[in-house]
Design a protein around this ligand. Structure first.
Ligand code: PLP
Length: 411
């Protein structure tokens, strides 16, 4: 499909006229996307290291996913699982059970529309299973924009300012066992805590991987107090760090795992998965929703899960990680402005002074590379290329990043 520049201008003008300004969007008008590349209305192509915020671990329009979507579209569209069950929903839940980062396969799932909705449901399940009200989240957490999940989120602007009052019974601690023990003495009785919610690599918070022993010690603390461990893998999961789930790096089994973003291969789908007895602790009819587990999204997710669980995917993700890490470390050794290169596997970011982040992202865009920032002060550039990216595209993207960074530093 082609679209004229004039039509693109119309899109921009109509966006200003009809779309709430609260939804930020750069001036880019997308007319096509394939693999690691996006085509704009003016014919320019961009290497996409943003992936619709981490939703394209397999790139734009992976052939198997697109084929499965077409086949499902020809069969039936929306059904609502609560009206008539269908195989793609059950099949995704079966795959999620098989892939759960824990022993055996006695795991069940509920499918929903978005990461935030999944986190909300994980908290509902934890409350129903424990009979306790409180939830503990961490400094720099991001769990979504709905009332409960923005209450769990640890960033005021733009996520919380003006949107209170917030959900009650949400407590926060730094990522530290000592701090949690203090929280349990000073602020909340651990006997009234239903769950902790933790990202294995904090995404929006700045691509901060959990310290190596923290998930294990958190698991022990949870076990000591009968608290459930909710692993939010919305951004770090579905292969983004190499293994299917980032928590696999830590060898810890969570009680509930939340997945989203790349799960639907570009279509909206999210899931909560956990031990069968926890998932069944909610009374019949207590979970669900009109569109949750849409058949077309499930048809896509089935292929996505099949792909990210293969040794070939893992090998490629590890190779991408190695290339990214080597190049970024070399850059950091040369440019004193780089405060840190951090992340887990290929889920990597570079920390810079925030004004350099903004300038580098703008310079990269001019050079045909799409990047996103993250971090409490917008102090990091996160890299979310497809993990199926070719060596040439990866080298070109990293070249553009380096040139943009040097340009920003020089100006
Ligand atoms: N949890 C994490 C770790 C996320 O990164 C996000 C989104 O960025 C969410 C939850 C919310 O997902 P959604 O935007 O699909 O509601």
């Amino acid at each position: 499909m082609t679209i004229s520049a004039a039509a693109g201008t119309d899109v921009r003008a109509a966006r200003d006229r009809y779309v709430s300004r609260a939804v930020t969007a750069p001036p880019l008008v997308v007319v096509g996307a394939d693999g690691a590349r996006i085509t704009a209305d003016d014919g320019a192509t961009y290497l996409d290291f943003a992936g619709g915020i981490g939703c394209q671990n397999l790139g734009h329009g992976p052939a198997g996913v697109v084929r499965a979507i077409h086949e499902q579209v020809d069969r039936y569209l929306h059904q609502c699982f609560m009206v008539g069950m269908y195989e793609p929903y059950v099949e995704v839940c079966r795959r999620l059970a098989e892939l759960y980062p824990g022993p055996g396969s006695a795991y069940k799932s509920v499918l929903v529309n978005s990461g935030a909705e999944a986190v909300e449901n994980a908290v509902k399940i934890a409350r129903a299973a424990t009979g306790r009200p409180a939830v503990v989240a961490f400094d720099r957490a991001f769990h979504g924009r709905t009332l409960l999940t923005m209450s769990l989120t640890s960033k005021v602007v733009p996520y919380k300012r003006g949107f209170g009052p917030f959900a009650p019974e949400v407590y926060r601690a730094p990522v530290s066992i000592d701090a949690l023990e203090h929280l349990f003495k000073a602020d909340v009785d651990p006997q009234s805590v239903a769950c902790v919610v933790l990202e294995p690599v904090q995404g929006e918070g700045g691509f901060i991987p959990m310290p190596l022993d923290f998930p294990r010690r958190l698991r022990e603390l949870c076990d000591a107090h009968g608290i459930l461990y909710v692993d939010d893998e919305v951004q770090a999961g579905v292969g983004r760090t190499g293994p299917v789930w980032a928590i696999e790096h830590y060898g810890v089994t969570p009680d509930l795992l939340v997945a989203g973003k790349s799960l639907g291969g570009g279509l909206p789908l999210a899931a909560v998965t956990g031990r069968a007895e926890l998932m069944d602790a909610v009374p019949v009819g207590g979970l669900g929703g009109t569109f949750g587990g849409n058949p077309v999204s499930c048809a896509a997710a089935r292929v996505v899960l099949g792909t990210v669980a293969t040794p070939e995917f893992r090998r490629r993700a590890d190779a991408v990680a190695w290339t990214l890490r080597t190049r970024l470390d070399a850059l950091a050794a040369d440019l004193k402005e780089i405060v840190e290169v951090r992340g887990l596997g290929p889920m990597l970011a570079i920390e810079l002074p925030p004004e350099l982040v903004t300038a580098t992202i703008a310079a990269a865009r001019r050079r045909g590379l799409l990047l996103l920032s993250c971090g409490l002060r917008g102090e990091a550039i996160r890299l979310l290329p497809p993990l199926t990216i070719s060596d040439d595209d990866l080298a070109e993207g990293l070249g553009a990043l380096e040139a943009a960074l040097r340009e920003a530093v020089a100006s």
